[in-house]
Design a protein around this ligand. Sequence first.
Ligand code: NDP
Length: 332
Amino acid sequence: MGDEGERNMRPPIRVAVTGAAGNIGYALLWRIASGDCFGKNQPIILQLLEIPPGMQRLEGVVMELRDSAFPLLHDIIGTEDSSLAFKDADAIFLVGSRPRTKDMDRADLVAANGPIFVGQGKAINMVASRNVKVVTVGNPCNTNALIASANATDIPSQQFTAMTRLDQNRAMGQMALHANVTPAKVLDVFIWGNHSNTMYPDPRFATIDGRKATDVFDSEWLQGPFLETVATRGKAIIVSRGASSAASAASAAVDHMRDWWQGSNGRIVSIALPSEGWYGVPKGLVFSFPCTCEAGKIKVIEDLPIDSYTQLKIDENIAALLEEREAVSDLL
Ligand code: NDP
């Protein structure tokens, strides 16, 4: 980098990633370090958290990051101590959590992962920047974000979000493929609800190369194969690859945080955040809404009309998330 580039640089920010030696971490860290998330003139200090059995793998990941010689990467800290990993963090990706095994249903997953997010919420509360932006990726991500936020009592709850951007990106990808356009031509499809197979990709305000998606596609496709493909994509990828969709999850996490940090340029994006009662969603539930981002702030679009089909889908997600919240009520 020349002198001119150095002069335009900002002071480094601290970015924490949990589960950093896992599959998603392996795809995510390189995108963050290259400037894809926080901008090409934003130096980064990476603060990476692992559990003790993951520490040896983490050492290897840190070696590889150093070997990539990223100009923006000012320092790397690898640790099993959450109070070091979250110290003064400006942005946090909560990725680490116990993956679902064959014998586990969603309730088991909620029970296994809830306590992790109690500890992490408390640690964030103690040591992170008061302006920290948190995205939760580890599943069940909506409820994990709720638990972390409830245990970080000094940090405004709206700074704790969960990722439904992968579902949005999957919807955009399917629409682009079906209309034979590039994904850049697909705008404003977004997700309601929970990152699970009840999530609902709302096509009513989407446009495809300037045309309404509801004119380009018939309702049979939108309510049938489109919805089915987006809802079951994670499973289809596991069947095909023999491994989960880690790279696209990492890419979606970058998109989520990039738009929150740098702005969404007026585009609608999907972010799950604690409801203020929007669209009848009970206050506090971490629910995916249509949002825009500007100057580091998320704004929920509050006045979209809701038809009976969309209401049904919103209600299904409220019911699922209320059930999850009930299951972890002792952790909140
Ligand atoms: P991954 O990096 O593949 O996934 C991490 C989490 O992201 C899982 O909860 C997974 O949920 C979730 N996820 C969300 N969206 C997706 C998606 N589209 N595709 C795949 N996963 C998705 O898991 P690994 O097991 O490779 O790595 C996890 C790391 O976390 C390990 O290194 C482990 O040591 C660490 N860990 C940390 C803990 C802690 O911080 N206390 C606790 C447990 C593990 P799902 O399984 O439902 O797909």
